[in-house]
Design a binder for this molecule. Sequence first.
Ligand code: BGC
Length: 969
Amino acid sequence: MPRRSPHPACALAALLLFLLVPVAGAPAARPLPRPSRKAGPLHPLDLRCEYRADPLGIDKTAPRLSWKLESGRRGERQTAYRLLVASSREKLAREEGDLWDTGKVAGDQTSGLAYGGRPLTSRTACFWKVRAWDAKGEPSAWSEPATWSMGLLKREDWQAEWISYRDEAPLHKSRDALYLPPPRLYRTEFRAEKPVRRAVVYASALGIYELHLNGKRVGDALFTPGWSDYRRRAYYNAYDVTSLIAGGANALGAVVAEGWYSGYVGYGLLVGYGPNRVGRYFYGKTPALLAQLEIEYADGSRQTVASGREWKVTDRQPIREADIIMGETHDARLELPGWDRPGFDTAGWATAIRAAENGSTRAVYSDSAGDREVELGFVEPRLQAYSGPPIRSIEEIKPVRMLEPQPGTYIFDLGQNISGVARLKVKGPVGTRVQLRFGEMLHQDGRLMTENLRRARATDAYILRGDPEGETWQPRFTYHGFQYVELTGYPGKPGLDAVTGIVQHSDTPLASSFECSDPVMTRFYQNAVWTQRANFFEVPTDCPQRDERLGWMGDAQIYARAATYHADVAAFFTKWMDDVTEAQLPNGAYPDYAPYPMFHGSAAGYGTAWTDAGIICPYEIYRAYGDTEIIRRHWYSMKRFLAFRKRRSPTLRGVAAGNGWGDWLAVGQNTPIEFVDAAYFAYSAKLMAEMAEAIGAEADAAEYRKLFADVRARFTEDYVQPDGRLKVDTQTAYALGLWVGLFPEAQRPGAAARLAEMVGANNGRMATGFLGTRPLLPVLTANGQHELAGRLFQSREFPSWGYEVVNGATSVWERWNSYTKEGGFHNPSMNSFSHYAFGAVTEWMFQSLAGIDTDGPGYRRIIIRPGPPAADAGRKPEPVHWVKASYDSIQGKIASEWRRDGGKFELAVTVPANTTATVYLPASRRAGITEGGRSLDRAEAVRFLRMEPGRAVLEIGSGTYRFVSQAEK
Ligand code: BGC
């Protein structure tokens, strides 16, 4: 994980530590006794504000606070809490909650607690801690302190002006030649004459900015301020720069590149969308910067340094090209050492202008909604604090080998498909140009495979300054999806260390582990996690490599719940759902992808099951994190969506309108769009009813329950036959129908049997695409076909997940047949090797194989239901007979580790403090079940509930338990 800039508190602690460390030779000071984490019965930790650790510059005035609890005791829970929020660290240490002191509040709530203290105003720094009372009423020690700070909440708080360079370039016209203007450097100087108490810089850009202060890069976030519909709204970020301010002269600078604002976006160039059909300028023509540094001196006085017309700007700097999908070119001969330090000579630099001074340019904007005249000029966006986890460099990967398919062409294999960039290390003569290209696969003859990148040039270049000590370079405004890096123009023969892979993505903390007795499926889990990491990049993208990288809605809704098992994606979806609602179409439909700078495909701009992501994604976040705020925040928008759905289906039947992707990329069976649409209409209504209940909107809940029942009744009339067979006889049709709950009870077994029969008739293979694959294994397991689900899961035959792994995959492929050893690459132009959609099966791996699920929202109650497939000596591959999995939920860590050994079943389970779990333990009878070697009756915090066929049902409190039972083989 990346190194974070130290919190001021850490810096202070480090200083104290430094002072306390004994000098060599001096007698060692007696070490202070360290409080043990587990000393008290309960230990509150991992304090979060709006899902983030110590966030700066937030704009929610009632931010939600959460903590986790640890305990060394079984069956431990929180019976009360007290939370203090103070305006200074000192006050907090003195237990003065001058902003908010909840007093002792009875209750078990540990997440989503909305701040309810004194009104929070711009810039307020908040310091907080919490203590919890345990089951016996004993208080814990106070937690470690945590912080958050408020951003600039009002327009008037901004003295900074949006600034730009004078842009006289004509609008690019050619679709054949790329237009890649250089980023600009901006700078200003100021003096700080007094001791500084606190300095915070707030910044945004139309484009991507990187701030510098006194020769140092500010923060470690990439692609800031993030992607939104810049014509309406831009994000801003805040950074604590107290430690970077120097006494006397200071210099503040920024590099501003085009990013999503005016650079190439998606497949715009490929299909000729946007102004002049050139695939760029989707939001405007000229990038702009907004920056405001606020210094608070120890004497209470303040100073503001804000972007304005006295700033200087230049394009004479080393970065010659910087485009997210096309790549970056750096000419090190043009480097400007000291440009971001005070005293730099700006001769030859221009003076910045107000962004609006560039005026506007008229152009014809084209997409599938037709051609229309637009004004491409500065439009001041509404500012919103960035609420997601920033993109960062997360990890470095050393290549596993270097190939030389042609003399002078070197290919580095990272051994793993990732998103990010390559760092280059090189020594050679000044002016030497080294080119880097990126690919996910190689051709048979060893050449880099780039056909699947379509119009993404994905090429970086570095021109050497000729430093005899050698040079290293890493681009900052582009990223690629790749496993292989091709170097040409390298001076001499590179060593393996010439290239390092830098893994970059939104910094969603990883949350799980999964291993099982089948190494192929263990690898598949890793592939799924890697693919999620590669695509949770500012928005949930479909793929990281080709000219697309868009927040495709269908992919996101299929995968959202699986995503929650791999990483903490709560803040990520919180941010993206704002983009989704912003992109909602005037008719109430959610668009094909979000943000949505251009109309896609059918002029309707939506497709069934894609559009429903606006309902399904918030629902999955509510389920996984117990988050009702995401429902409330988008409620009006979601209601508008359902009203749209009703309007377009007056008979409450599915319709074939809009983009008809349906069961996208299914192999061999086609499920009609109107069928898919009926199922998704019902599904959206059903989830809305549940969400209405969650927020106490009773009337809405009743309305949507009725809507669900009515749509389901039409569905039954139209498709369901008395024996449970559907008139649409495809695997996906049954999978969707069972998943959404569309079969009358009497027909359900028949439907499930028919689904199993169809898989059998298809030689035991799936025939499902994006939409059918997600529910397939879950509905088989839920309907008595767990063995079949297990066989499909472990299959190595095409089409299957195992097939990808045995064909060398290190990530999840877009297509079941993206590559075969016999047939090579399928459909070269539309063939991503990093598409998470089919990876949604990991949801089943956690819920139905490891057996970790939530019972109700937010893992307050947990289900542990291990799903060992029956032993079958003849089956190849051998059925999974052990699993070891863990999941770091919003309540804390849950673990399930089981092993089937003949008739003996062992289960080690951990559930966090303040939760309870229902354990479904495979067992043929109650007698003989032990926990920690003792009979059940004597086990602490375990309650036997009942026997079900093949299982004992137990209730446990928090803690770790080891069960052994005798089960069916
Ligand atoms: C994307 C998909 C997406 C689809 C819509 C593709 O280009 O890569 O994953 O859902 O378009 O059919």
